[in-house]
Design a protein around this ligand. Sequence first.
Ligand code: DC
Length: 228
Amino acid sequence: MSDPLIITIDGPAGAGKSTVAQKLAARLGLTYVDSGATYRAAALKVLEAGIDPHDEPAVVRLVSQTNVRVESNGGEPRVLIDGVDVTARLRTPEVTLAAALVSRLPEVRAKLIQIQRTFAQGRGVVMEGRDIGTVVFPHAQLKIFLKADVEERARRRLKQDSHDGREATLEKTAYEIGRRDQLDAERKISPLTPAADAIEIDSTHLQADQVVGQILDLIKKKGWAEFA
Ligand code: DC
């Protein structure tokens, strides 16, 4: 295989994409990329500028003037807005909701998709998101669509949030996840949908390592000797 390996992992919030993508990338010696971080960075910039994320012209104008970069020098990837490291500020509920809003705008997506494509220049990646297999890398060698029941996704998110020291209830979290699913699925461009050639894995009753094991089996079946 001459082209660097591109593995896409798409699916709804809380399906386990980040954990699986990171473990898989480490196992295969590929670079892990979280495309959602670019939308979160744009959303943070909008909020910090005091712009209402529903104000589409203002959002588009601001994002077009914003420089978003992701650096991964081996360790945790860092997200930079106009040169400032904002990684620690991307996972608040406010940014999460604003990211779902700004990611509906075609101009915002066009800009961030360009940036996401540069991550795979000359190197193999495992990239997670919503439209990586359908839009960002339609010719990726392996596409996974990871899904899980909404209650299970809410349970996982709650566990993660309590680790972050934030409070939430299962009911509220399930509601928020359902609302984001709706925003992501109803979006006019790049709605959340599996690529025709994606392999679907339901992680509701699986641990992350079991999902990674299934993907590694697929890779072995494809006969990619250097990864087998
Ligand atoms: O995966 P995440 O929760 O960090 O994503 C944040 C938001 O960005 C979420 O509303 C979905 C959106 N997103 C997207 O539209 N396309 C992607 N490739 C990744 C994320």
